[in-house]
Design a protein around this ligand. Structure first.
Ligand code: GLY
Length: 345
């Protein structure tokens, strides 16, 4: 088991190991009083797998437990579900001294974190990510949000959790395609920050050392969150492959998953911006069964990239690798963006 402390506006531990869910009650005693009420938010995929284990562990440790389970999927990450959860908490008399738990992947974590930021003007919450992507990215660093019809994550808050528990056993029930989605994000960490991590992934492929890789990604994220919690500078590096990736997701009406779209986005940026690493990146993405090309045109991807949240006026900050393990934030005029994408296709 590994414990990594994240120091942001709130400090908290990220614990990575096996059999954490069975011992959840013990872990919670470090962040909440034994008699507090715990409201678990989960989805229809995850709750049937782990709901009983989690409820039993919490009851054994003396917690009172209620749960809210919503339909799994990105389409639930909206204002309706958000208000349903808020009403559920109010009806169950959850107070500021109680605790919320997000048990699931990125949708559950983002939704619960945003509910926790606003219910009674703020209650504590714990992230229990059950997907690889949520373990290495969305559960750490306090970004929480829901979607609007106009786009993804347009309403949200920075709200750091009180604790993050990454139970490696949860990865064993993940569908292959969801696991590979998370692999795109760990490859991203290798490219932008860590040549040794990249080399490990290139050598091991899908049988990489899960505890080492997840802990390394969390260490890397912890550093950047401590430096730039509110995403005005260095944290933007985590956006490598995402500006174009979000465009691919949107153009496909979300038929192409986030991880697949980020993989293609990284390949396009590397081809246009850093030919030295392109071949190595493509070979690792292929080893993980991730796509590297798209049928969408530069015009289509350019239009979607213009609605990127990180656009500032006429400039989009592209994250461009310089070598494996290093990258730069390159402010790019939107007039040059289309030809950049054309070069990368
Ligand atoms: N998912 C990117 C970030 O946390 O900044």
């Amino acid at each position: 088991m590994k414990t990594i402390q994240v120091n942001a506006s709130r400090s908290y531990d990220v614990i990575i190991g096996n059999e954490l869910l069975q011992n959840l009650g013990n872990f919670l005693l470090s962040v909440c009083k034994r008699k507090c009420k715990v409201a678990i938010v989960s989805d229809s995929n995850v709750w049937p797998l782990y709901g009983n284990t989690v409820e039993k562990s919490l009851a054994d440790s003396g917690f009172q437990v209620v749960n809210f389970v919503f339909q799994a999927g990105e389409s639930s990450k909206n204002a309706n579900t958000y208000f349903e959860i808020q009403n559920f908490l109010a009806e169950n008399r959850i107070t500021r001294s109680d605790l919320l738990i997000a048990l699931g992947g990125g949708v559950v974590g983002d939704m619960t974190g945003f509910v926790a930021a606003t219910y009674l003007r703020g209650v504590s919450y714990v992230q229990i990510p059950t997907t690889l992507l949520a373990m290495v990215d969305s559960s750490v660093g306090g970004k929480t949000a829901i979607n609007l019809p106009a786009g993804k994550n347009l309403v949200g808050a920075f709200n750091q959790p009180a604790l993050v528990l990454c139970d490696l056993d949860a990865l064993s029930t993940l569908p292959d395609s969801i696991f590979r989605d998370g692999c795109a994000e760990i490859i991203k960490y290798g490219v932008i920050y860590d040549a040794d991590l990249f080399a490990h992934l290139a050598e091991q492929g899908l049988v990489f050392d899960r505890e080492y890789v997840i802990a390394r990604c969390v260490e890397l994220k912890k550093k950047v969150v401590a430096e730039d919690e509110f995403d005005t500078g260095a944290r933007q590096m985590l956006n490598f492959g995402h500006t174009i990736g979000h465009g691919i997701e949107a153009q496909s009406e979300f038929a192409i998953s986030h991880g697949q779209a980020v993989a293609i986005g990284m390949a396009i940026v590397a081809k246009a911006g850093c030919r030295e690493i392109y071949d190595r990146l493509i070979s690792v993405l292929k080893k993980f069964g991730l796509p590297t090309t798209t049928e969408f045109t530069a015009e289509q991807l350019y239009k979607s990239a213009l609605s990127d949240k990180k656009r500032a006026g006429g400039t989009v900050n592209l994250i461009v690798p310089t070598t494996i393990g290093n990258c730069a934030i390159v402010p790019t005029n939107v007039l040059e963006l289309k030809s950049f994408i054309e070069e990368g296709l």
